[in-house]
Design a protein. Structure first.
Length: 234
């Protein structure tokens, strides 16, 4: 009887070791790591901004609430951002080339195109920094788009000749058309700018909160487990 009990205890200990090894394999395997990583990424807010380069309301939002949020350390762990400079404009196809008519005139169309070319040719972060620089200097350069562009490209070490080449070729026309098409596909359609979409939905109340305090909105509504200092209780 004693011998049988000893064998049972030995069997249980052996199986416990195997069980622990199996659990470790599941949680430490590459596929498991990808699964948990994907789960954490899915918790991030998806925030899309539809703007215009010379819109006073866009300038006010981008250079205050948005700038504070996007420059907050770790914010990219809580939210993914996209920006689409086009706004309340219209496009039409003429002689195999897209033409654009903008709310604030041809200068704004040029500014939209420039911003989209920078977003296309640089990293997203550099593109955002260019847009912020652009909007902060609209008044300083009296809406001279090329002067603003050259200044901000110099500050950020962007090859402005490459951006101008994008603007003046079919590439830029195609890029602007893609942004226009995405903007015009919004449901409900945009009625003003900036038009803000969160997790593929537009909500006027949420948009108002983001315009007033984007960082506060993100801290309050992010549902994941990542913690950043700016969102900790004071």
């Amino acid at each position: 009887m004693f011998f049988l009990q000893k064998k049972i205890v030995l069997f249980v200990k052996t199986m416990s070791k195997y069980f622990i090894l199996i659990i470790c394999f599941i949680f430490l395997s590459p596929s498991s790591s990808k699964l948990f990583k994907k789960s954490r990424l899915s918790d991030k807010l998806k925030i899309e901004l539809f703007t215009e380069s010379l819109c006073p309301y866009c300038i006010a939002f981008l250079t205050t609430s948005f700038k504070t949020a996007i420059n907050t350390k770790g914010i990219e762990l809580l939210a993914d951002f996209s920006i689409y400079p086009y706004g309340n404009a219209y496009q039409s196809l003429f002689d195999k080339k897209w033409k654009f008519k903008c709310q604030h005139g041809t200068k704004e169309c040029y500014g939209n195109l420039m911003q989209n070319c920078v977003l296309h040719h640089t990293t997203f972060r550099t593109g955002i920094d260019f847009i912020l620089c652009f909007e902060e200097n609209v008044g300083s350069f009296h809406e001279d788009i090329d002067e603003i562009g050259q200044h901000c490209a110099g500050v950020l070490n962007i090859d402005f000749n490459e951006i101008k080449n994008c603007i003046n070729t079919d590439m830029g026309n195609h890029i602007q058309h893609e942004v226009a098409t995405k903007t015009e596909a919004l449901r409900p359609p945009r009625r003003h700018v900036p038009w803000i979409v969160v997790n593929s939905q537009h909500n006027s109340k949420i948009e108002k909160q983001i315009k007033e305090n984007m960082l506060g909105y993100i801290c309050k509504n992010y549902q994941g487990n990542v913690k950043i200092e700016a969102c900790l209780p004071k």
